[in-house]
Design a protein around this ligand. Structure first.
Ligand SMILES: [Zn+2]
Ligand SMILES: [Zn+2]
Length: 171
């Protein structure tokens, strides 16, 4: 997904409005694979404009990532909202340093730009809830719905010694 900024640079346009939505079904060339999610829904609006001999971008987006919960594997979602403001290039089209890989001649790679921000803002794990109990590693039940009788803690000799200490005192 690209935006041609030639008309901003030559002065033909003052503003380029941006509004688009990406849903699971739609074809788009943004490489969402790197997010490793089942689906993504993205809504974005903003503008590119020229001011004081430089080209700027102002953008807001909402992204919903859907993937299995990292603990219990039920489908869960993570919502990200973000606002971006950046200077893209000077009036000759010379890109600013941290934008350089996003400007191919006069095409601004807006999809990559948003993707980088999603990667920076997302939580490393998608969880159905912070309190998710996950799945018992021994019997496989979903501990959010069921209890099981498996030993939940692995054997810890320090705790065992402490237990003996209290047991001895009680006798
Ligand atoms: Zn969960
Ligand atoms: Zn169990």
């Amino acid at each position: 997904m690209k935006v041609d900024i030639s008309n901003l640079l030559c002065g033909k346009d003052k503003v380029i409005d941006i509004e688009f939505e990406v849903t699971q079904e739609s074809n788009c060339d943004i490489d969402f694979e790197v997010l490793d999610v089942d689906s993504i829904n993205l809504y974005c609006n903003g503008k590119l404009f020229k001011q004081n001999d430089a080209v700027f971008i102002e953008l807001k987006y909402k992204a919903k990532l859907v993937a299995p919960c990292s603990r219990c594997l039920e489908l869960a979602e993570q919502n990200i909202t973000s606002e971006l403001h950046d200077m893209l290039c000077d009036k000759s089209g010379q890109a600013y340093e941290d934008i350089q890989n996003l400007l191919e001649h006069h095409d601004f790679l807006i999809g990559e730009y948003i993707l980088e921000d999603i990667i920076m803002n997302r939580q490393p794990q998608i969880l159905c809830s912070e309190q998710c109990e996950g799945i018992c590693s021994k019997c496989g039940v979903n501990l959010n719905y069921e209890e099981c009788t498996c030993e939940s803690q692995s054997f810890d000799p320090r705790l065992s010694a402490l237990k003996d200490f209290f047991t001895d005192r009680e006798v």
